[in-house]
Design a protein around this ligand. Structure first.
Ligand code: SIN
Length: 302
């Protein structure tokens, strides 16, 4: 069997399939369940400095090829979530804490609290497309991104990744800002800013009006973003967006991702998808003569 083990700095994963932030990741018990189902690492729901209720319902629309969500970053706050994380340490696989804040000071505080609670890495949410004052509102300005990544990377000793928004003219400029700021990896992509309208009620369906589109519909956008980033950056790229099968994961790896995240598919089909995807990927690599994931990338990037 081909060894799919992968490392991002000090984060050592037995396989490249990570649980994406926002799906079945709100409690320690749920995170361990994903690890036992075969996830190589798990990313938590985005955590902020203080507890936050998020947007009122309706906050999720299911579509034939994806979801539009506007959860609004609901979370118990860093102190309460740090307690929760401690209950599963030492964890059977790396836990990466997704963190969000409105400024450098907030990001540093949450990242430090998560490291202290045992997180193996930090994923900065610079990309939520529907939370005023957070996420994408900060993550489309390269100078701001560099300054926030610099602040976090110089304050914690675990690897720092930044999750990027596709809602920008040039995602590679944001990726370069992460690399220049000392970030260890970029995660691409978060959801596409979207809206659903009910013709019968003549109003937007989501209480927040705007949400973010995820699922298979966004996969070609994610693959393109990873491909573009790979041509510009030296740091690892984590691919995310619409991965449901080993074939989808193979697309991201060939585009240049060192590892990948699965989100909507875990919600739709259950945690069994991790072993289905990694097993299928190994079988494909063997049957096509690829010794490792870097060979798959090299086959597309000449
Ligand atoms: C949310 O909680 O609203 C989703 C987070 C995100 O899109 O980054």
């Amino acid at each position: 069997m081909i060894d799919l083990a992968v490392e991002i700095g000090t984060i050592r994963m037995s396989n490249p399939a990570m649980l994406a932030s926002g799906v079945m990741d709100e409690t320690g018990e749920a995170l361990v369940r994903m690890m036992e189902a075969g996830a190589g690492a798990v990313v938590t729901k985005s955590i902020g400095v203080a507890a936050h209720d998020g947007h009122p319902n309706p906050c999720l629309v299911e579509l034939p090829h994806g979801y539009v969500n506007a959860m609004g970053l609901p979370n118990p706050g860093m102190d309460r979530f740090a307690e929760e994380l401690r209950t599963i340490m030492p964890a059977p696989a790396p836990v990466i804490a997704s963190v969000y804040a409105a400024d450098e000071e907030g990001f540093v505080a949450v990242a430090a609290a998560m490291e202290d609670a045992g997180a193996a890495g930090v994923e900065m949410n610079l990309s939520c497309p529907h939370a005023a004052g957070f996420g994408m509102e900060l993550g489309t300005d390269p100078a701001r991104v560099r300054s926030m990544v610099e602040a976090v990377a110089s304050s914690v000793s675990v690897p720092v990744m930044a999750k990027l928004t596709p809602n920008t003219a040039d995602i590679t400029a944001i990726g370069r800002a992460v690399e220049d700021g000392g970030g260890d990896a970029v995660v691409a992509i978060n959801t596409l800013r979207a809206m659903c309208i009910s013709p019968e009620f003549a109003r937007p369906v989501l209480s927040n009006r705007y949400g973010g589109l995820s699922g298979p519909a966004v996969r070609p956008v994610g693959v393109r973003a990873v491909y573009d980033l790979r041509r510009e950056l030296s740091i690892p790229i984590v691919g995310v967006g619409g991965i449901e099968t080993w074939r989808d994961a193979a697309e991201y790896i060939m585009a240049g991702a060192s590892c990948f995240q699965v989100g909507s598919a875990v919600g739709r089909r259950g945690p069994e998808v991790f072993r289905e995807i990694t097993g299928g990927l190994q079988a494909f690599m063997e049957s096509h003569g690829y010794a490792g994931m870097k060979d798959m990338e090299a086959a597309v990037h000449d």
